[in-house]
Design a protein around this ligand. Structure first.
Ligand code: PGA
Length: 251
């Protein structure tokens, strides 16, 4: 049985005071023993604050990005996977569409980041998804397949143990336009079938999250689909009550 995961991607939002309030409110709002996994992804400078406040709570902390180079070195401005693991992160997002679009991250670079995370025991959340024009051109599955196929150049099935995939249609991110449960389920089932071609166990056990304008009002219906194992939540995760309601919808 795959356990669900609800992950809050806080992007580049908040300041120390606002993040502190959000963390305190989350601790108060969320069940102390939830039946689903919950994680938040603050900006890297606030990761330490989040880990301290959430210590002893069931909420794990992740990073929104990681350096593609291993070990230490002269990589000004970067944060390594080992550093993230060292301070107590459990997850790291790789290949969010904003990083692909704004920072030119290629499929190959994203997979290198997935590999760096796996190498140090972090759980990577690999984001895939098509743009609006790609969907309109009927290329959704082709785009998602290309993004996933990049995995096999650098990783084997055995390497992928803890991988989580997040299907995030770019046209649904931050737009209020959620994919319908049927649209999302179709792509999630396709993603699972791509992994099934490599390994049935991996495919059955791998968690596939949906992301793109998830809110309390649509979460339960999305999460009830057979291949949707939770959500990667942006805007709605900045409100403790809304995010808690989404977590409860996953329970
Ligand atoms: P959204 O963002 O929920 O604000 O659409 C999702 C994401 O970017 O992960």
């Amino acid at each position: 049985m795959r356990s669900k995961l609800v992950a809050g991607n806080w992007k580049m939002h908040g300041d120390r005071a606002a993040i502190g309030e959000l963390l305190t409110a989350l601790k108060a709002e969320l069940p102390s023993e939830p039946s689903v996994d919950i994680a938040v992804f603050p900006s890297s400078v606030y990761i330490n604050d989040a880990i301290k406040v959430l210590k002893g709570s069931p909420v794990a902390v992740g990073a929104q990005n990681v350096c593609e180079y291993a070990g230490e070195g002269a990589y000004t401005g970067e944060v390594s996977a080992a550093m993230l693991a060292d301070v107590g992160c459990r997850y790291v997002i790789a290949g969010h569409s904003e990083r692909r679009a704004l920072y030119g991250e290629s499929d190959a670079l994203v997979v290198t980041k997935v590999k760096r995370a796996l190498d140090v025991g972090l759980t990577p959340v690999l984001c895939v998804g098509e743009s609006e024009s790609e969907r309109e051109a009927g290329q959704t599955l082709e785009v998602v397949a290309r993004q996933l196929n990049a995995l096999w150049d650098q990783l084997s099935v055995a390497d992928l143990g803890s991988l989580i995939v997040a299907y995030e249609p770019v046209w649904a991110i931050g737009t209020g336009k959620t994919a319908t449960p049927e649209q999302a389920q179709q792509v999630h089932a396709f993603i699972r079938s791509v992994f099934a071609e490599k390994d049935a166990n991996l495919s059955n056990e791998m968690r596939i999250l949906y992301g793109g304008s998830v809110k309390a009002a649509n979460a339960a219906e999305l999460f009830s689909q057979a291949d949707i194992d939770g959500g990667l939540v942006g805007g709605a995760s900045l409100n403790a009550q809304e995010f808690s309601a989404i977590c409860r919808a996953a329970e």
